[in-house]
Design a protein. Structure first.
Length: 395
């Protein structure tokens, strides 16, 4: 058996490097960032994490027929293994479940008994491995609840599996509040601290006074859940030439939205960009947008993690208020009070027209929240204390 510094945690979920994010569109940047942030925070508290994961892919024939374990790479500094698999309906889930169980067994034989096991979501394959760890090794299983089926038999199967976990970590405030299970903890995400200090922000505001236009930045998936179609539709109704809109993230907007973008010179679609380019865009932006519609099924169980990333720049954030957002954000966000084109365009105008004093207040609130309770280290510390006190995990 390898000599290993204890304690360590087994993590069921893939955490990928930037090269994989840019070349594999099936990887969710938000899910990747959430997991990577928390694992980094745990390492700060001297908790080693060993992961078992696989590259997600739409089932063949929409996706590739076979996924190699070498198609993607783990994030730099990560420990763990990726699973290759036949991407054939029905066979895929069974195959992944068997491989996850085998790798959990093998990791424990090599490294010794972990303090516990954490799975990212309750998928059939990682539930099978988590249940094996519970039954065979008496390991406590903590399930991170990020994505939840909308309804029907899939939701019932999901909740049945979730009840078997020893504890649950909820990203969504409403899911946490409405859960009939326990013990639970609400942990919506992590941030790597405020990225822009007061002098730099003051300098950028001085430039803004003389600038001919202000920029709104949207980062996220180009799908209906993230609200990019809603944002573009609302922005196109604004009769202002002093505002620009930049969009970046994985996927493609709908054909109608692409047509609107092509016909409006104020809108720029950048696609998926590197982390370095994303930081450049974020530093340069004046306002951020989170237009996630609250009426779309699935959004009630989701915390839009882009909010935490936006907050690290200390700038105004336009946002719809979906049930997954906790009350602690209410006084920082610029609310879309009515989810119509007129309601969102009004919020956009309100945000870009804020006075320097109002912008300074937003910076102070953002800095206080991030540095006070949302850093990777502080969120990992909360999770560790909860696992110790509620689950008796020895860390």
């Amino acid at each position: 058996m390898d000599s290993v510094r204890t304690p360590y945690l087994l993590w069921l979920g893939g955490v990928f490097d930037e090269g994989s994010l840019l070349t594999q569109p099936s990887i969710s940047p938000a899910a990747n960032r959430w997991q990577a942030g928390l694992i980094y925070g745990l390492s700060h508290h001297h908790i080693r994490v060993r992961s078992v994961g696989h590259l997600p892919e739409a089932t063949w024939p929409k996706g590739r027929l076979k996924i190699s374990s070498r198609t993607a790479r783990l994030a730099s500094g990560s420990e763990g293994e990726l699973i290759g698999y036949p991407n054939i309906p029905r066979i895929r889930t069974w195959f992944l479940a068997e491989r996850y169980k085998r790798l959990v067994d093998r990791t424990i034989r090599r490294l010794g008994m972990p303090a516990g096991l954490i799975s990212y979501n309750a998928y059939a394959y990682n539930v099978a491995a988590a249940r094996l760890a519970q039954k065979k090794y008496d390991l406590p299983w903590v399930c991170v609840v990020a994505d939840v089926p909308e309804s029907g038999s899939e939701l019932r199967l999901h909740d049945r599996a979730l009840r078997k976990a020893d504890g649950r970590v909820y990203l969504s405030w409403s899911r946490m509040q409405n859960s009939e299970m326990g013990p639970n903890i609400h942990l919506d995400g992590t941030a790597d601290g405020i990225k822009i200090d007061r002098p730099k922000l003051a300098e950028s505001r001085t430039r803004d006074i003389h600038a001919q236009s202000k920029t709104i930045l949207f980062t996220g998936a180009m799908n209906k859940w993230a609200g990019v179609d809603y944002l573009v539709s609302a922005f196109s109704t604004l009769d202002r030439t002093d505002i620009r809109l930049q969009l970046c993230g994985p996927g493609e907007p709908t054909a109608e939205t692409r047509q609107t973008i092509a016909s409006d010179r104020r809108i720029e679609f950048l696609g998926l960009v590197s982390e370095a380019r994303l930081r450049e865009l974020s530093f340069a932006a004046d306002v951020f947008a989170n237009p996630r519609p609250s009426h779309i099924p699935g959004n009630e169980s989701n915390f839009p993690s882009k909010i935490l990333e936006y907050l690290t720049y200390g700038k105004p954030i336009i946002s719809t208020i979906t049930p997954g957002i906790s009350p602690e954000y209410q006084n920082i966000l610029i609310h879309v009070t009515e989810e119509t084109d007129a309601g969102l365009s009004e919020a956009i105008s309100r945000a870009v027209d804020l006075s320097p004093e109002e912008q300074e207040a937003i910076y102070c609130h953002s800095s206080s929240l991030i540095e006070g309770s949302k850093t990777r280290e502080s969120q990992a510390g909360r999770l560790i204390e909860w696992m110790k006190s509620e689950l008796g995990i020895n860390l």
